[in-house]
Design a protein around this ligand. Sequence first.
Ligand SMILES: Cc1ncc(COP(=O)(O)OP(=O)(O)O)c(N)n1
Ligand SMILES: Cc1nc(C(=O)O)sc1CCOP(=O)(O)O
Ligand SMILES: [Mg+2]
Length: 232
Amino acid sequence: MSAPLGRLSEYSTDLYLVTDTAMAESVGRTVADTVAQAIAGGVGIVQVRDKHIDDAGFEKLTVSVLDAVQQAREEHGIQTEIPVFVNDRVDVAARLLEQGRKVHVHVGQGDMSADDVRQRIGAEPLLGVSAQEPEHFERARSQEVDLLGIGPVYATQTKETGRSAIGPDGFRKRAEMAGLPAFAIGGIKDHNAAALRGTGAAGICVVSAIMTAPDPAAAARSILQAYTGENS
Ligand SMILES: Cc1ncc(COP(=O)(O)OP(=O)(O)O)c(N)n1
Ligand SMILES: Cc1nc(C(=O)O)sc1CCOP(=O)(O)O
Ligand SMILES: [Mg+2]
């Protein structure tokens, strides 16, 4: 059985986009443009992820994404808020929060601990944690964590995870024991997203299939349809 969505229940959780600057640039787009187009296709959560720029550059990138999200919502009449997560950079997130910008944080097992992140950003922002093992789930349940990213579900070229793909069944088993809203991540494309339907996922996370797509709105729509089985 999947965990209740908790504080995520006010959002559209089915499709979560994690950005990659180099991928967007490789097809001649900015991250902000790609995010705006992906929102038109149904993305409901965004995470800003860039391992190559410094904190000042990352802060600027995140502000450009926050502005693009706001504009896209206005343009497409989207009432539901679209949360923007900062990947890893807790100091940047804290600075943006101090400036009154609404951001959230996602960290992995090798990053700052969830307890320390919570201490730094306060109670209000959402906190996501990558988790693979039962002990990760148990620890996250004892912390103020809102969601888990579990993967890689399929093989991925985007990140060297050092772990084998767990497949939809592996994801289902982990989502069942997680006790927190669980997002599937890793190698998810339109041709394999349907296998994640009914696995207890709160949603699916996608990087390359949207960031490198010639038409990010069409790509998002197609992955979302495959996953939910519904036509938009
Ligand atoms: C939603 C989501 N799930 C998992 C990850 C991976 O996080 P992490 O293990 O910290 O690896 P990096 O993304 O930092 O390389 C994620 N970013 N988002
Ligand atoms: C950032 C990330 N984390 C993963 C994990 O398994 O924790 S897999 C991954 C990259 C996913 O990219 P794509 O959709 O292009 O395969
Ligand atoms: Mg990380």
